[in-house]
Design a protein around this ligand. Structure first.
Ligand code: 3PY
Ligand code: MG
Length: 254
């Protein structure tokens, strides 16, 4: 059995825009439904929301059954033993929150690579290798693993150019909520100063030859981010859609 190509990784590295949807409900049923909707990627969130390791594992299985959408898992933290477990579970597109320094970014690259290039612990037949059926998984997996780090603070922006120069960091996904908080505008990810800072960060990321991403639910600003060359954009979430959809439905009769 062959290791599947990570179409998402190849698309962002070639500058093709990928649109995604976030799932925050911690539900494999929601993940299966969303995986069939035609989005390029689906964000499975283990940082915020109720999902733990086994929940994400079930959501990965649901995504595989639901459609061709690429699952992207946002880890809860930078714990290397947890990264190893998610990789073993078959996560090939990992997003790591709150990465502020070059040292942290380098440690993440090392965590996703087997020796001699890194320190990922070896397991004989993980789900990632289809339980041992992909014979060359250990030597081929680097090619398809996509490491996305999240710059979400002013400290991260100071170190952005140096982090972008690291081989093995494929992309940067800016967290507008945390960045707004770090800039002194908590709860205002669309504040003009925050948006200006995000756009400038996107320019620097692209100038370094890396892919830039963002979560944005404002249609006009999403279109602007796409024009500016952001190639990974999460444009909504299951929780947001359910809340808005349910309220709008009821409002028709009130
Ligand atoms: C943030 O807005 O801080 C996020 O992490 C969103 O993805
Ligand atoms: Mg964040």
């Amino acid at each position: 059995m062959e290791l599947e190509q990570n179409h998402f990784k190849h698309a962002i590295l070639h500058g093709r825009t990928q649109l995604g949807i976030w799932t925050q409900l911690g539900s494999e049923i929601a993940a299966e439904i969303l995986a069939g909707c035609g989005y390029d990627f689906i964000g499975l969130d283990a940082e915020h929301g109720p999902s733990d390791y086994r929940d994400i594992y079930a959501q990965l299985q649901a995504c595989a059954a639901g459609g061709p959408t690429q699952p992207m898992v946002r880890l809860p933290n930078q714990d290397i033993s947890l990264i190893k477990r998610y990789l073993d579970a078959g996560v090939n597109t990992l997003m790591v929150p709150q990465v502020d320094t070059v040292e942290q970014a380098r440690a993440l690259v090392s965590a996703v690579r087997y020796p001699p290039h890194g320190i990922r612990g070896y397991c004989g037949a993980p789900r990632a290798s289809k339980f041992g059926r992909i014979k060359d998984y250990a030597t081929a997996c680097d090619r398809e693993i996509c490491l996305i780090v999240m710059p979400e603070t002013t400290a991260a922006l100071e170190n952005l150019d140096a982090m972008a120069a690291i081989d093995g960091v494929d992309a940067f996904f800016i967290g507008p909520g945390d960045l707004a908080a770090s800039l002194g505008y908590i709860g205002q990810p669309m504040h003009p100063e925050v948006v200006k800072t995000i756009e400038e960060a996107g320019r620097r990321i692209r100038a370094a030859g890396k892919a830039a991403g963002i979560l944005c639910t404002d249609e006009a600003q999403t279109r602007r981010y796409i024009e500016l060359g952001f190639t990974m954009i999460a444009i909504g979430s299951d929780q947001g859609l359910m809340t808005k959809g349910a309220e709008q439905l009821l409002a028709k009769f009130s």
